[in-house]
Design a binder for this molecule. Structure first.
Ligand SMILES: O=C(O)[C@H]1O[C@H](OP(=O)(O)OP(=O)(O)OC[C@H]2O[C@@H](n3ccc(=O)[nH]c3=O)[C@H](O)[C@@H]2O)[C@H](O)[C@@H](O)[C@H]1O
Length: 383
């Protein structure tokens, strides 16, 4: 059987039996009447391969490679449609991590008031991706398109900016979780540092440049003892790799603000909870274990002190995100060049009444009407 190559480019006549040589030669000459026709065929093949590759992007997500499909006229149409603004002075926002807990809520809030929203999410398996898929359906039903891809994919991000002149980027894609950093440190560097830089590179090169609002974390306060935390407190004692990558993000965004004139707002989230929340968080995993009669581990700090968190309800976080987008001010650069100073802001997004972990457990026991089996455990870090 002839190979595809034989079909498209028949071999030299010498490869065929003599009695067929003339026939084949004639066919060959009919097909490729001249070397220039042959060149055109080769060009066609190259173009075909290139266009195939533009639909395929091989992305390393930290734990595995996956093939993301994107591109094409239909895809671009969906992106543009999703980014359409339906109110005066509205914005078109690229939301990274749109299938995540905070990302899905912020996307819905923006869409509801008439802003254009395009999401991107890599649907990784840090926790059950079916929850992310369910959030995606929720967003799709409201006309929000989510691109399945990774923020480390520079070609994809550039393509998104080519397709839509986003006015804002709400950057919420990240490797979350404080304790998982000891299991999989590289996924934090991959998403929270490398991914952030890839995204900022695209933002800096975009024309017009978008304003960027992104999720930092209360964990940057690390070993600090003084409460409540103020934005001006020191943040140079991170107590986990997660915290260190978020702190690095604050420094990295500062650089892009300083060199390229990108408007940057970093939001330090304080232990966000609410509907569609993350199953890896304590309120969620405690509930599951209590209901299944399994023990829960309650961490303690120095001298067996109870740990406490400023649990913050998702609706308040959404208000903080949307308010930050509304007040972000413009980026000043264009074509990768700074034209003047741009805003650089950091805000705490938290409550002002920390709740201890044992209190959290008591609240859950009361509502679940089941007694928890507590196991107390020393803790190497505070946040
Ligand atoms: O605001 C943040 O910057 C971070 O918030 C969240 O981290 P945390 O505040 O650590 O939330 P969460 O796991 O719910 O633990 C809550 C409390 O339960 C304690 N805890 C936890 C688990 C356990 O098994 N036992 C336990 O005592 C634990 O020691 C803690 O005192 C996000 O996950 C993180 O991505 C980041 O956004």
């Amino acid at each position: 059987m002839p190979s595809l190559e034989d079909e498209l480019f028949p071999s030299t006549p010498g490869k065929f039996k003599i009695d067929r040589a003339n026939t084949m030669n004639r066919q060959f000459h009919r097909c490729f009447a001249s070397t220039s026709t042959m060149f055109l065929w080769a060009l066609f093949l190259v173009a075909l391969t290139a266009s195939y590759l533009s639909f395929q992007s091989f992305v390393y997500t930290g734990s595995r490679y996956f093939t993301a499909s994107w591109g094409g006229i239909q895809w671009e149409k969906q992106i543009r449609h999703s980014a359409q603004i339906h109110r005066s002075n509205g914005m078109s926002v690229l939301v990274t991590g749109a299938a995540g807990f905070v990302g899905s809520h912020v996307s819905l809030a923006l869409k509801k008031r008439g802003d254009g929203v395009v999401g991107i999410d890599n649907f990784n398996n840090y926790y059950d991706p079916s929850l992310k898929r369910a959030r995606k359906s929720l967003l799709n039903n409201q006309g929000i398109f989510i691109v399945e891809g990774d923020i480390n994919d520079a070609r994809l991000i550039a393509k998104l900016f080519d397709t839509v002149a986003f006015t804002h980027v709400m950057h919420l894609a990240a490797q979350a979780g404080v304790r998982y950093a000891m299991e999989n440190p590289h996924s934090y560097v991959h998403s929270n540092i490398a991914g952030l830089v890839t995204l900022l590179e695209a933002c800096k090169s975009a024309n017009p440049q978008p304003s960027v609002v992104w999720a930092s974390s209360s964990s940057v306060y690390g070993l600090n003892e003084k409460v409540p935390f103020s934005e001006t407190d020191r943040t140079d004692q991170p107590a986990s790799l997660y915290a260190a990558t978020k702190k690095a993000g604050e420094e990295i965004t500062h650089t892009y603000n300083h060199i390229y004139g990108l408007s940057i707002t970093g939001l330090r989230f304080f232990t966000v909870y609410g509907p569609w929340g993350r199953p890896d968080m304590a309120y969620f995993s405690f509930t599951r274990n209590i209901l299944q009669g399994k023990p829960i581990t309650v961490y303690r700090g120095k001298d067996r002190a109870d740990l406490a968190r400023d649990f913050t309800f998702i609706d308040d976080i959404v208000k903080g995100c949307v308010g930050s987008l509304d007040t972000s001010g413009k980026s000043t650069g264009s074509g990768g060049k700074k034209r003047g100073p741009a805003p650089y802001r950091i805000f705490n997004l938290g409550n002002t009444s920390p709740v201890t972990v044992p209190t959290l457990v008591s609240i859950l026991e009361r509502h679940l009407k089941v007694k928890a089996k507590r196991k107390f455990c020393g803790y190497a870090w505070k946040r």
